[in-house]
Ligand binder design. Structure first.
Ligand code: AMP
Ligand code: MG
Length: 332
């Protein structure tokens, strides 16, 4: 398949929108990561997304809308809490899991009776959705298992020849995927942490918000039962082996140097990822791009410093980093 590369002019976004409306696949920028979009109401188009990514088909997708009023088509019940969060956070990196309407195909929700919805804070994405005339189902635009793409070139690397088109937009500002919050119970539960924290949701709602217990476990634990099906798959993995070093800053820096010297003496190419101690947003922005750059540079071993998980944004970035490293962590 020849993949068209679109610019962000209205004319080009219009061409991309025609592809989506016709059942084709187009990757597009959002503020979190690039998405691989299809008409969310068209089961064949959604099935093609799974094939293009090489992704298991029980992994539900996030449905992207351009206006709050588009939500009415996707769910039969819009609660006061949902309205509060929409008003406080949309457009933005917050996905709400809500009961699905009969119109939403099972393909889009992986057979669940709930649907995940968000309004992205990116003009190109919003125009594409509006011009397509349909909500757009989109997982991250990477091959299954690889780090999510935060730059157009990363999408081209993974998806060229596999989908109809790619919109070449700017680099994503946030850099990690949206916070996913389950709104189907009395207490909202965060299924996937992101740059929007429980604390911010509590402030908007005036009531407690919890993190899913499974976020504190490992995929290999016997009682690991995430409510977000996507959390159980291998994710975000670079080609290189990766190890995380956790501890006080001085100990971490010392251990990273020690490992680097040791492995370089063995002839390995070593890459280091060490973010500023309180630079959580910068870490979110850079993590996936750094992993991809290190793979491109032919690094054999990536050694990364752990982030402070007492900060909820640090916790969100560590959720990705830990799985990038396949839970390979040393404490110093
Ligand atoms: P991605 O497509 O890579 O952005 O990931 C979407 C995330 O949202 C995955 O972790 C999914 O498991 C989660 N998700 C989507 N729909 C639902 C749903 N109806 N219930 C729970 N989690 C969902
Ligand atoms: Mg993904």
């Amino acid at each position: 398949m020849k993949t068209a590369i679109y610019s962000t002019t209205s004319e080009d976004i219009g061409l991309a929108a025609e592809v989506i409306a016709g059942g084709g696949l187009v990757a597009f920028p959002t503020e979190t990561v690039y998405g691989l979009g299809a008409d969310a109401m068209n089961p064949e188009a959604v099935a093609a997304v799974y094939a293009a990514k090489g992704r298991p088909s029980d992994n539900p997708m996030i449905v992207h809308i351009a206006e709050q009023s588009d939500l009415a088509r996707l769910t039969a019940r819009i609660t006061e809490d949902m309205k509060l969060l929409m008003n406080a956070m949309w457009p933005g990196p917050l996905t709400m899991v809500v009961p699905k309407s009969a119109q939403v195909p099972d393909r889009t929700t992986g057979g669940l009776d709930t649907v995940a919805v968000r309004m992205p804070d990116n003009d190109v994405a919003l125009k594409l959705i509006a011009m397509s005339g349909c909500p757009i189902a989109a997982p991250s635009a990477n091959l299954s298992g690889k780090p999510s793409p935060t730059r157009a070139d990363d999408v081209i690397n993974d998806m060229d020849g596999r989908i109809e088109g790619i919109i070449r937009g700017e680099d994503c500002q946030v850099g990690i995927e949206s916070t996913v919050v389950d709104m189907t119970g009395d207490t909202p539960v965060i299924l996937r942490p992101g740059i929007i924290t429980a604390e911010q949701l509590e402030e908007a709602l005036g009531k407690p918000v919890e993190y899913d217990k499974a976020l504190f476990g490992k995929e290999t634990d016997e009682d690991f039962k995430p409510k977000s099906p996507g959390m159980k798959y291998k994710h975000y993995a670079p080609e290189a082996e990766m190890i995380i070093v956790s501890g006080s800053r001085a100990n971490v820096e010392h251990e990273i140097d020690r490992i680097r010297e040791l492995k370089e003496a063995e002839g390995l190419k070593v890459g280091v990822i060490l973010f500023e101690e309180d630079g959580f947003e910068e870490a979110a922005h850079d993590l996936f791009a750094d992993l991809r750059d290190m793979d491109k540079a032919g690094v054999d071993l990536i050694v990364a410093g752990a982030l402070d998980t007492d900060d909820q944004r640090g916790f969100a970035v560590m959720n990705r980093m830990i799985r990038s490293a396949g839970h390979n962590i040393v404490k110093v």
